[in-house]
Every structure is written in C-alpha cells, then in structure tokens.
Design a protein around this ligand. Structure first.
Ligand code: OAD
Length: 247
C-alpha cells in the first residue's frame, strides 16, 4: 500500500498538537464487524425503520432485541484491530486528545481508550423505558426477550435510534473539542449521518487540519485537507510510525 503522508501532516504529528479522532463503522470493519452502508452494509440487508427506531421497539421489541442480540454475539467474538490499537496509543501520545465515535461496538474500550465520547450510545448498555435506569451488560441479555428492569419496565438497547437526540453532554463536549483542535482525523465514516457528520465540517470551519482515512472518498472528502485512501488498520500504523520516527 502506498499512502503518502504530507509534510504538513508530519509536522503536526508531535505530542503538543491538540488532536481529535472521529470514527465510524469502517474502523471496525477489519475486525469483522459489518459497516452500515456500502455493498455488504447492514442497511442493504435490514430495514432501518423496523430495527433502529423507537417506533420499531414499541411495536415489536422482541424483533428489535433479536437483531441487537445477533450483533452483540457477533461483536463478542471479534477483537480490536491495528487501527483501534493506534487510536488507543494516541490517547497517551498526544497531550490533548479526544476520541469521538459513532460506533456502539465497544472495540475502542477494549483497545484501551479511557475517554470516549460515544455519540450513538453503547451496545453493551441497556436502559429502562419506564424508569430510565441504565445498566452495563456484562453478559448477553438472558432469554426470554425482551429483558425486563427490576421496576417491571422493558429494557431497551442503550443506543441512539433514528429520530432520537444524541446524548447532550457527549455531543456538546465533542463540538467543544472539535472547535479547539489543531488536527482532526475522520476515520472510517461515510459522514452521512447528522448531527455527528457536522463535526468534520466544524473542525474545518474552525481552522483545524482535517484528514480523512477511508477506503473510498466519503461525502466529506472534498472538504478535507488531506485524504489518505486505505484501510484504517493499515494507514493508522503509518501515522503512528511517523509520530515516533522523525522524518
Ligand atoms: P457507514 O457504514 O455509513 O460508513 C462506513 C465507512 O467506512 C464507509 O465510508 C467505508 O468506505 C469506510 N470503510 C470501510 N472499511 C474501511 C476500512 N477498513 N478502513 C477505513 N474505512 C473503511 O458507517 P458510519 O459512517 O459509522 O447510526 O455510519 C454512521 C451511522 O449510520 C452509524 O453510527 C449508524 C448508522 O446508521 C445509527 O445506528 C444511529
């Protein structure tokens, strides 16, 4: 793979640079987690309206839970890849570093990142639709589905569905970090789902150097300062190498 890292980007790969990494499903693709769009994307096979909306859960919670359980089972069998590991390493290399993800798979946590803004929630959490209590899932939810809260209400997956607001604190802090960073990486996202997809645009407007890492050009690519075309698990190790070996 020949990916040319520019001199401008190389100069920014020093510990004192304020860095934001924004990830999407593509960062987990090399672990074996399907993306949403593209040829093998989940939304080609499954209907968003039937699986990822509050209305879908209200009308058929068992169907929704079966789909989430299938994804949880799949994800529980895979491991973080080289891309996740570099992003985890970046958290300690850069003195100011923020990871913002649209992913709910928990692979950034398992790779070692400690501070993660999860804009679309977490597959490994549940929330009661009646009392709003949240809980971490240490194992797959037991049958029969749907699982129930102590209060008797239904537990739902702790993810953000279409038509729902993003978690307010996570989004406002993500915007603040984006507005103040000097270098912004948009990794493995189609940049099509708003408001998350606003972040690379904000970074660019506020003067950050914006780099896209993707196997193909996203909706945002024409506005990026630099597009590194390739797999996240291959391009990010090159970035790490450039951070540690002076050019
Ligand atoms: P998408 O499935 O829309 O886009 C995945 C992106 O990853 C595409 O641009 C691919 O080209 C790229 N890609 C695939 N493999 C890659 C690799 N190995 N390295 C680098 N890039 C790769 O996923 P997201 O942008 O994350 O929301 O989708 C955003 C949101 O839409 C998701 O969070 C989810 C979905 O519907 C909700 O469910 C609310």
């Amino acid at each position: 793979m020949s990916v040319a890292i520019s001199n401008k980007l190389s100069c920014l790969l020093v510990p004192s640079t304020n860095v934001v990494v924004f990830t999407g499903a593509g960062v987990s693709a090399e672990s074996g987690v399907p993306t949403f769009r593209g040829i093998d994307g989940l939304w080609n096979e499954f209907n968003v309206q039937e699986l990822a909306t509050p209305q879908a859960f209200a009308s058929n919670p068992v169907r929704v839970w079966e789909w989430y359980l299938w994804r949880m089972e799949l994800i529980s069998k895979v491991d973080p890849n080289a891309g996740h590991r570099v992003i985890s390493w970046m958290e300690s290399f850069f003195s100011e570093f923020t990871l913002i993800t649209q992913n709910v798979d928990g692979l950034h946590d398992r790779a070692g990142n400690r501070h993660i803004f999860k804009l679309h929630g977490d597959l490994w959490e549940v929330r009661c639709v009646r009392c709003s209590k949240t809980a971490k899932l240490l194992t797959l939810p037991p049958h029969p589905l749907p699982p129930a809260c102590e209060c008797g209400g239904l537990l739902r997956p702790g993810v953000v569905w279409f038509g729902e607001m993003l978690p307010e604190r996570e989004f406002s802090q993500s915007v603040a970090a984006t507005e103040h960073c000097q270098l912004f990486f948009s990794v493995g996202t189609s940049a099509e789902v708003y408001p998350a997809a606003q972040l690379p645009i904000i970074a660019k407007e506020k003067g950050a150097y914006v780099v896209e890492i993707n196997i193909e050009r996203s909706a945002f690519a024409c506005r990026a300062d630099e597009v590194l075309c390739g797999k996240a698990g291959e391009v990010l190790p090159l970035i790490q190498h450039r951070c540690t070996v002076p050019f």
